[in-house]
Design a protein around this ligand. Structure first.
Ligand code: NDP
Length: 495
């Protein structure tokens, strides 16, 4: 094997080394002998240069007609589609999730990019009658300026595209800092954007550590909005930092998502949903199912069936098409998962299946853990309340729908929830009363589509939504325009 490829930062349309002169290796979490690439360990100076480039590029990009911006974005979508397999293979190597899922991640980026390309010919505002004669009222969207994006490792291309495409179509320019674990997917995404005609400086990428680059990305006066997806802890710091300058900030953070299974549920479907929701992406999704509650009458049957099916899941290197679940993203995430398994035991949870780190053979080269199920979980336990971000799900009980809703809402988070029932009254009541940003009936807590708003309540978000046209509201500001063609001074509310 030759030396691994060295990837550079993208600033003002050029691939450049960091001013720090330092780099780091990006290692495959399923096979620590596989170095995906060498990336720049950037510093504050690199961030400043990228923001300066984005500020300069903004002067022209904001004036490009939105349908023309859309044409470039459309070409980017087509190219992502063409390169989908290659991009997905790299993504599995850098973050571990199985190839079927990284193809889904790339597809999400493709869908979002096509969707926002179309918005170039819409970006609708409203016209509305004036209360005065011979006067015209309309609203138009205006871009904000330079956007700083700080993105996580679990959806390395989808999430950067969810932020970039609405920002670009609205006429903003961007600096992205990808998670340390997954720079390759963002660098690949940026390369496609550049090669398909996005002008220099409109999208810049600076790789490196969030704790070093976070402040310079947030505090620079030229930055008008910070969009972040990641942990609630870091999100809180970002919110506080942005508040001082009244800088916009859009936060998508943690989740503790619940699946409710009623007595009348289709059992096979509910188990299918629980398996996919809990162990898809090795449980490393903000929408992952991490709490399940079953109505008393079906608890035993459900838990037996879920555990039987979980034991059949094949864990391994995600590039192997027969594997169902890949590794944790890194040692620290694996340690967190193992520590929560111990916490759940100490708190009185009953270990139903899994619970062990996988070792021996190829497992020793990565961060593998068994899909793990705890029974008898209750609201006082830490695995009820705290996000684990790994393949660990707790199952508890409820008596009736009112109690299920009360339990569902007993969490600091509010991202996603699901109910499995054949009763339309139960379904609609839960849909109304469970306080989350996303709700599913007879489908798992994961599975968002790009033309639906995405985001959560409580400590999951700060009121914004990504995706769909809701994302346009994050990356544009309304300007209310009044055109008076009466030739006289008209005073609303007075004349
Ligand atoms: P982190 O919050 O640690 O990291 C997210 C991003 O923030 C990374 O790019 C990271 O950089 C950066 N970062 C870290 N510290 C700082 C800082 N002090 N200032 C600015 N940026 C910083 O989360 P994880 O990467 O560990 O992701 C897991 C978490 O993200 C989970 O809690 C999960 O729920 C949440 N998440 C939420 C999603 C949602 O849509 N609601 C989607 C995906 C994940 P670096 O990698 O260099 O540390």
């Amino acid at each position: 094997m030759g030396s691994p490829k060295v990837y550079k930062n993208l600033i003002n349309g050029e691939w450049v080394d960091s001013k720090s002169g330092k780099t780091y290796e990006n290692i495959n979490p399923a096979d620590n002998s596989d170095v995906v690439g060498v990336f720049q360990k950037s510093n504050e100076e690199d961030v400043k240069e990228a923001i300066d480039a984005a500020s300069e590029a903004y002067k022209k990009w904001r004036l490009v007609p939105a349908p023309k911006r859309g044409e470039i974005i459309y070409r980017i979508a087509a190219r992502l589609e063409k390169d989908k397999e290659e991009l997905s293979q790299v993504m599995t190597r850098e973050m571990g999730k199985i190839i079927a899922e990284t193809r889904g991640d790339t597809q999400e980026a493709i869908d979002m990019t096509y969707y926002m390309a179309g918005e170039g010919r819409r970006l609708f505002g409203v016209t509305t009658p004036s209360e005065m004669p011979n006067k015209f009222n309309m609203t138009v969207r205006q871009p904000l300026g330079v956007c700083s994006f700080i993105t996580p490792w679990n959806f390395p291309m989808a999430i950067p595209s969810w932020k970039s495409m609405p920002a670009l179509i609205c006429g903003n320019t961007i600096v992205i800092k990808p998670a340390t674990e997954t720079p390759a997917s963002v660098v690949n995404f940026a390369r496609v954007c550049l090669e398909e005609g996005l002008p220099p400086g409109v999208l810049n990428v600076v790789t490196g550590s969030g704790s070093v680059l976070g402040e310079p990305l947030m505090k620079n006066k030229a930055v008008k909005i910070v969009s972040f997806t990641g942990s609630t802890e870091v999100g809180r710091t970002i919110s506080e930092t942005c508040a001082t300058d009244f800088k916009h900030c859009c936060l998508e953070m943690g989740g503790k998502n619940i699946q409710i299974v009623m007595d009348d549920a289709n059992m096979e479907l509910a188990v299918d949903g629980a398996l996919w929701g809990s162990f898809g992406t090795t449980g490393q999704r903000c929408t992952a199912t991490s709490r399940i509650i079953c109505q008393d009458g079906i608890y035993n049957e459900f838990i037996q069936e879920l555990s039987r099916r979980a034991k059949e899941l094949k864990v391994g290197n995600g590039l192997d098409e027969s594997v169902h679940m890949g590794p944790c993203v890194n040692q620290s995430q694996l340690d967190t998962v193992l520590s929560y398994i111990q916490i759940a035991k100490d708190d009185g949870g009953t270990l139903i299946s899994g619970g062990e780190k996988l070792t021996g053979g190829d497992y020793d080269k990565g961060f593998f853990v068994q899909p793990t199920i705890f029974g008898d979980i209750t609201q006082d336990m830490r695995i009820w309340r705290e996000e684990i971000f790994g393949p660990v799900v707790g199952v508890g009980k409820f008596k009736d729908l009112n109690q299920a809703i009360e339990k569902a809402n007993d969490t600091p988070y509010g991202l996603s929830a699901a109910i499995f029932t054949q009763d339309v009254n139960n379904a609609f009541t839960a849909m109304r009363d469970v306080y989350t940003g996303i709700f599913y009936v007879n489908a798992p807590t994961i599975g968002a589509e790009t033309h639906m708003p995405f985001g959560g309540t409580k400590e999951t978000g700060n009121g914004h939504r990504e995706a769909a046209t809701a994302a346009l509201d994050v990356f544009s500001e309304w300007k209310s325009c009044y055109v008076d063609f009466s030739g006289a001074l008209q005073r609303p509310q007075i004349d």
